[in-house]
Design a binder for this molecule. Structure first.
Ligand code: ASP
Ligand code: MG
Length: 461
């Protein structure tokens, strides 16, 4: 038995969803399928939260948009009117629940993390039901089970929950194993689980990949297949480097690093549940399903180029905390980290020296982080400084930290194209080096590094 994850990017409209259904018919029997919400639905839910809070009148419109988007697809994909009606009733039931949450939000005048998570979880509930109905009317045995009904148990942390694996494995085995007889296709909505106290908690944006990895590990699946509308991990973003190559094999660590700071192929935590069992992840391109795609395995393969990929990210900003003797003052990092965590701000990375702590944050969190740190008393720092307009470049590959000359080759390429390096982090990961450049220099720098590693003959250094 495999676990297949279907991403929202493959579930755009009636045509793309129709193609996915054909693939499931030929490749899905007897497997578990973890689904994302239809493309754009999670964004719609998130955007609806402040609207519903501000004005009760908005709620009917939000519900009707969700209804028509799903019914439009259903009318195209469900072949008989009876099934359309049945699905319509199921959707209406789900929408009635969601509507109550929106009214509750408006009534209590408060957006809590709890409310946000439960509301966001509906996108996956809608898509799982829709796909299960669509397969049933193609004569296949299909069903869907909700994570909170089958005991996919989390630590209860809103927006960034972690699964309690042992408990979840027991629960999932108990609920799902008996259903998987006779080629049954079982859908599970991704993106969320439930705490032991019964509270819905999500795994953060893109978290259905993590859900799928959890289900694969819990059910001791043969492997995890992630169906996407891209070929796999690439040696660089093809939008910048048209000749970028697909990477056939990649290790857990390489995949995790690239997911943090490069290609948005997988949720960065997807490999966590799979490591112990050494389960493989196969990235499958739904537009070319017979292509081999990238395989993510426990094996560490050293490439001839050492570097497998040059990744980049533009959603980045630096908050510099100037303070003297940072390295000699116990507790300052903890104080900063606790303060930001309480404001719901994620620290992507930290680089410190004796006089400065540089926090890498999402660009949109810079102002809020500065405001939050200004409330600390007594002030543990001398000055705060925001740096915007930067981009992060990462080079990733097994052997990077052990092989001589890799960093030198990378920075020589950057230097040769006249780009200044703003900040470097090298060492924490065995397989990744990352640094910042001005955003206007990004394309030039990525191009130079990619050709330094991947097209030696054309390389100028
Ligand atoms: N639907 C959620 C999101 O868009 C989770 C996922 O797609 O993995 O973030
Ligand atoms: Mg999604």
């Amino acid at each position: 038995m495999k676990v297949i994850k279907i991403g929202g990017g493959c579930l755009k409209d009636k045509q793309t969803i129709g193609q996915i259904l054909e693939l499931i018919v030929t490749r899905g029997r007897g497997n578990i399928i973890v689904v994302s919400a239809l493309s754009g639905i999670t964004d719609l839910l998130i955007d609806s939260i402040p609207k519903a809070l501000a004005d009760e009148e908005e709620i009917a419109g939000i519900i009707s948009r969700l209804k028509s988007r799903h019914l439009l697809v259903a009318r195209h994909l469900l072949h008989d009117s009876q099934t359309v009606q049945k699905y319509g009733r199921e959707l209406a039931r789900q929408l009635a629940e969601l509507e109550r949450y929106f009214y509750g939000l408006n009534f209590t005048r408060e957006i809590t993390a709890r409310m946000r998570d439960v509301i966001c979880s509906y996108g996956e509930r809608f898509s799982a039901a829709l796909l299960a109905f669509a397969l049933r009317c193609r004569g296949l045995q299909a069903a869907y089970r909700l994570p909170h009904k089958i005991g996919l148990i989390t630590d209860g942390k809103f927006g960034d929950a972690t699964v309690k694996m042992r408990l979840t494995s027991q629960n999932l085995q108990h609920h799902l194993a008996p259903l998987l007889q006779n080629g049954m296709i079982l859908f599970i909505p991704g993106f969320f689980g439930v705490s032991e106290e019964g509270t819905i908690t999500t795994f953060g944006r893109g978290g259905s990949d993590y859900s799928a990895a959890v289900v694969a590990a819990a059910m001791d699946a043969e492997n995890l297949e992630v169906w996407k509308d891209v070929a796999g991990f690439m040696s660089a973003d093809p939008a910048i480097i048209p000749e970028a190559q697909m990477i056939p094999r990649i290790s857990y660590d390489e995949a995790a690093e690239l997911s943090y700071f490069g290609a948005k192929i997988l949720h960065p935590r997807t490999v966590e549940p799979l490591r112990r069992r050494k389960l493989q992840i196969a990235i499958k391109n739904t537009l070319d399903p017979d292509a081999p795609g990238s395989l993510i395995t426990a094996q560490r393969i050293l490439a001839k180029t050492v570097i497998k990929s040059v990744g980049h990210q533009t959603d980045i900003g630096i908050l510099k905390i100037h303070a003297s003797g940072v390295g000699a003052r116990p507790g300052i990092l903890a104080e900063v980290a606790v303060c930001l965590a309480a404001t719901g701000i994620n620290i992507k990375s930290v680089v410190t020296s004796q006089t400065c702590i540089s926090l890498l944050l999402s660009h949109r969190d810079l102002d809020a982080a500065q405001d939050a740190l200004q409330t600390l008393t007594p002030r543990p720092y001398r000055k705060l400084e925001k740096v915007a307009g930067v981009a992060l470049i990462s080079i990733v590959g097994e052997g990077l930290a052990r092989r001589k000359g890799i960093a030198a080759r990378c920075f020589a390429a950057v230097e040769a194209c006249g780009v200044n390096v703003e900040m470097i982090s090298f060492g924490p990961s065995r397989v990744a080096l990352y640094f910042l450049v001005r955003i206007g220099d990004l394309q030039k720098a990525v191009t130079a590094i990619h050709s330094a590693f991947f097209s030696r003959p054309r390389c100028l250094i």
